[in-house]
Write a protein that binds this ligand. Structure first.
Ligand code: SF4
Ligand code: SF4
Length: 134
């Protein structure tokens, strides 16, 4: 009995490393509208003081400025390097820009209105179906 319990815990821990556990995928393609560079949200900054502090720790954050707040009171940031719809420092953009948008997400995220990407929810059954098709 204790062996079964240890096995269950072992398999549960392993399951956290299976990518298919993710429940959201981003599909589509970039239309180069530039909206993501002027509608940036952060899960870590709630006050202007925190933003100033983050800029000291992470120099790449200095490119961002507070554009305003959304209807829920969350800060919306924009980047000073956005020129027209395009990035004026494209070859030198930081890693957070290079990896945007991540193709798989553990929690729901909204793409900017008009973005060429869409966030779709993937259930466990969807992954089973995909495996059967392959
Ligand atoms: S908002 Fe979406 S479509 Fe527009 S530039 Fe950003 S990633 Fe591309
Ligand atoms: S550095 Fe370029 S890609 Fe990154 S937010 Fe600014 S304009 Fe957008």
């Amino acid at each position: 009995m204790i062996t079964d319990l240890i096995k269950s815990i072992y398999w549960e821990v392993l399951s956290y490393f299976v990518p298919e556990r993710q429940t959201y995928e981003i599909i589509g393609e970039c239309t180069k509208c530039g909206k993501c560079c002027e509608n940036i949200y952060s899960a870590y900054m709630y006050t202007e003081k925190e933003f100033e502090f983050m800029k000291k720790i992470f120099p790449s954050y200095r490119r961002f400025y507070i554009k305003g707040k959304d209807e829920f009171g969350n800060f919306v940031f924009a980047c000073k390097y956005l020129k027209g719809n395009l990035c004026s420092v494209y070859d030198k953009r930081p890693r957070l820009c290079r990896s945007y948008p991540q193709k798989r997400l553990a929690v729901y995220a909204k793409m900017p209105d008009g973005c060429g990407y869409t966030v779709v929810k993937k259930s466990f059954e969807d992954y089973l179906k995909k495996d059967k098709e392959n």
